[in-house]
Design a protein around this ligand. Structure first.
Ligand SMILES: [Zn+2]
Length: 415
């Protein structure tokens, strides 16, 4: 069997019809039976009803494991005891094709809602997994020691561990809906996705009958403080942050931006909110460096620090644009989907200053009450460049935005 991966085999292109036995997908249908399961298996190709495969960017590692002979390509997941610890939904947003276009709302419950299809031999994988955890952060322990947080042994334990429900979500794109969000035609979207990935998925342009794409990108994780069912109740106070990945700050504590301090501040706010009888939510998206990637991000850091006059706030966006061609590639248009999956209709306290996130959330029909900015004492000195530039560009700031002269004066460290 070791020769399985290396034995010469015909390559079966799936760029033509012939999906005998493939189940139809009717996005936004009223019931999971009518919607149909997402089948991205690579073992029974005739069953596939999507473009791409499961696990987002990790599908490439799966291919490596098969190539190396470490994984049998026909391996079928044994899902015993993997069911969600908490049931999310179904909510009315799940059956509104315009509300959710970038994840499968039924993705956590496939074993239950597609039991018949699984029995019939379809390899249907969960695209969402829900579990429970204790999270221990030094900033939360410090808040306990300084008396800003108090343990209640339900949400927050004596030693500083916070009890959470967390969900990991893989991207599942319904292409007609994604195109509508970005204001382009579906055929243009398909063509550009095909071309800009170096021709990675020919079905994007040859199989217009396949409307669902499992893109090779990072997904997202949500952390819930309190009862997940309360997220859908607009009467229960919801404290929420939607955070985009920044490995340099989030994990390694780099002081050029406010990402980790803002994230840990949001967690503190979420814990306090949950202890007041509310619920807290942090949604974390894998969109490293404004979705430009870390290589581009570090190139921009150098360009900022080496420019004539040094790293000043008035040149902050210009330097990113010089290297990347755009200021930001995160495009928050798809971000609210996860909130609609959780049934959110109102965020009482949004722990974010981003106007782009605020606009995307409110334009998707979710009401936002108070906006919570980062406390001044948590902004590292070198991160003032970014903070002032963003405030001038439209970020929420109760203190007013800086003028051009102030931006010139706000200067970061040299290399
Ligand atoms: Zn950052």
């Amino acid at each position: 069997m070791a020769s399985e991966a290396s034995a010469p085999r015909h390559i079966r292109l799936t760029s033509h019809h012939g999906g005998f036995g493939a189940l139809p997908i009717v996005w936004g249908a009223a019931t999971p039976a009518e919607r149909g399961p997402i089948v991205g298996t690579t073992t029974r190709r005739s069953h596939r009803n999507v473009i791409g495969t499961h696990s987002g960017s990790y599908s490439v590692y799966r291919a490596l494991a098969v190539a190396a002979g470490a994984l049998k390509r026909e391996h079928k997941a044994d899902l015993t005891n993997t069911a969600p610890t908490d049931i999310i939904g179904p909510y009315p947003q799940w059956t509104d094709a315009a509300k959710i276009v970038s994840l499968d709302p039924w993705g956590a419950q496939v074993a239950e809602v597609f039991a018949t299809e699984l029995q019939a031999g379809y390899d249907i994988r969960p695209t969402i997994a829900i579990t429970k955890a204790h999270v221990i952060l030094p900033e939360v322990i410090e808040a306990l020691q300084k008396g800003r947080l108090t343990p209640d042994r339900k949400i927050l334990m004596d030693g500083g561990a916070a009890c959470v429900t967390k969900a990991a979500i893989e991207p599942v794109w319904w292409l007609p809906g994604v195109a509508r969000r970005f204001g382009c035609s579906e055929s243009d979207l398909r063509r550009v996705l095909f071309e800009e990935t170096g021709g990675m998925y020919p079905e994007l342009v040859t199989r217009s009958d396949l409307e669902v794409f499992l893109p090779p990108i990072g997904g997202q994780t949500v952390y819930i403080f309190g009862d997940p069912r309360d997220l859908a109740n607009p009467e229960v106070e919801l404290t929420a942050r939607v955070h985009d990945e920044c490995n340099g700050s989030d994990v390694f504590g780099s002081d050029i931006c406010t990402c980790r301090p803002y994230l840990t501040h949001a967690i503190e706010e979420c814990i306090q909110g949950a202890q007041r009888g509310g619920v807290g939510l942090v949604s974390y998206s894998r969109k490293e460096g404004r979705a430009l990637g870390e290589v581009t991000k570090f190139l921009v850091y150098n360009a900022r620090k080496r420019q004539v006059g040094g790293d000043t706030a008035d040149q902050y966006f210009a330097r990113t644009e010089c290297v990347a061609g755009v200021q930001d590639m995160r495009f928050q248009e798809l971000m609210p989907d996860v909130l609609h999956w959780l049934g959110v209709r109102k965020i009482h306290r949004l722990v974010s200053m981003s106007n782009m996130k605020y606009d995307a959330i409110t334009q998707s029909g979710i009401e936002v009450g108070e906006r919570v900015d980062i406390p001044a004492g948590l902004i590292p000195a070198d991160a003032q460049v970014e903070m002032q530039a963003k405030k001038a560009a439209g970020y929420f700031t109760p203190g007013g935005a800086p003028d051009q002269e102030e931006l010139k004066q706000t200067k970061g460290r040299s290399l």
